[in-house]
Design a protein around this ligand. Structure first.
Ligand code: SF4
Ligand code: SF4
Length: 332
């Protein structure tokens, strides 16, 4: 029988042991329904999730709610929205109690005297031209000033088909301001013309992402196995989609048979009562979903299936390490 130790040499086994001790239980929270941008293709607004429930305005209710979340075992709070930095008092309620990650467009700086170690993921949708087309402004020029050299921040670069051949310029800009970058692919939820992926583009993009990782290993937080999975939608001999997705809100998950999934995962709306279907758009067709975190989690929850060859298991370890770095469970 194949076992972890029989497939790995000493060095890889140590890496495996380091992550196998982690017991990450995440959930996602819409901190607010508002944002200071309106990006074309934002899953939150395009699916009407901002209207799903009214925001809870009483900060005491947020405190009580978070104690309930901790009691059910959540040890990683992922804050999204809307734009969480519009409601720093709510962000603080999480940060003062739990390991917390805050997604932001970077236009408002998280004050580091108040949130010294909170991991901040800054969204970036391409170069100046793409950002102006999709988001109405070039956010990098502002966010890079706010976060240059910050050890607890990285760019979450959503790559579009129009970025083909242009990624390196942005990766260098990110390196030059002393930050890291993690890449994912646009799902184009609002059908913006020329932003759909073709199979050929996905293949080329995989090569480009691999090349970036080879060239800038100190800046790019990624893995080639992850690139393969997000560009092909395939893992081992399986295809990503509704039947396989691990990031469905647990109390709403009626799939039978259920796939391997994130234990206890819930995506909460900002009324702290309503639950959304999954980690991303309520209305997205799962067959077109390119959500990076869902694909990453898909690998992570399927450890057993990867204990079939040295290559598969190493791929699993690299994806797990990538996730653990992005959420500060292990150092960069
Ligand atoms: S900044 Fe984020 S939350 Fe705001 S509109 Fe853009 S994608 Fe949506
Ligand atoms: S849209 Fe994506 S993350 Fe949501 S259930 Fe479908 S596959 Fe999963």
């Amino acid at each position: 029988m194949k076992t972890v130790s029989s497939l790995l040499n000493e060095e890889w086994y140590k890496r495996y042991k380091r992550i196998s001790k982690l017991n990450i239980r995440s959930s996602i929270y819409d901190v607010t329904n508002r944002c200071n941008l309106r990006c074309k293709g934002c899953f939150f607004f395009s699916s009407g999730e901002h209207k799903a429930a009214p925001e809870e305005m009483d900060i005491g209710k947020w405190e009580t709610f978070i104690h309930g979340e901790m009691a059910r075992g959540v040890n990683l709070a992922i804050l999204i929205g809307g734009e969480p930095t519009l409601c720093l008092d709510r962000v603080e309620v999480f940060y003062s109690r739990l390991p917390t990650f805050c997604a932001t467009n970077g236009l408002i700086k998280v004050p580091r005297d108040r949130f010294p170690h909170m991991m901040v993921g800054i969204s970036l949708w391409g170069d100046e031209e793409d950002e102006k087309t999709l988001r109405g402004r070039d956010t990098f020029s502002i966010s890079s000033r706010h976060y240059a050299g910050d050890p607890h921040a990285y760019y979450l670069y959503t790559i579009t088909p129009k970025q083909m051949g242009k990624i390196e310029r942005l990766v260098k800009k990110i390196r030059d301001v002393g930050l890291k970058v993690h890449m994912q692919l646009l799902s184009n939820d609002e059908g913006v013309d020329q932003f759909f992926w073709t199979p050929e583009q996905l293949k080329d993009m995989r090569n480009e992402m691999d090349h970036m990782l080879d060239q800038y290993p100190d800046t790019v937080i990624s893995s080639k196995y992850y690139h393969r999975i997000i560009t092909t939608g395939k893992m081992l001999d399986r295809s990503f989609g509704w039947d396989e997705c691990p990031s469905v809100t647990e109390p709403l998950d009626k799939r039978d048979p259920g796939p391997k999934r994130l234990i206890g995962f819930i995506r909460w709306a900002s009324d702290l009562k309503t639950m959304h279907r999954c980690c991303t758009s309520e209305t997205r067709d799962c067959s077109t979903c390119k959500d990076g975190a869902a694909h990453m989690s898909w690998v992570m929850v399927n450890k057993r299936a990867h204990i079939r060859s040295e290559e598969d298991l190493k791929g699993w370890i690299e994806v797990y390490e990538m996730f653990a770095k992005l959420y500060q469970f292990i150092p960069w």
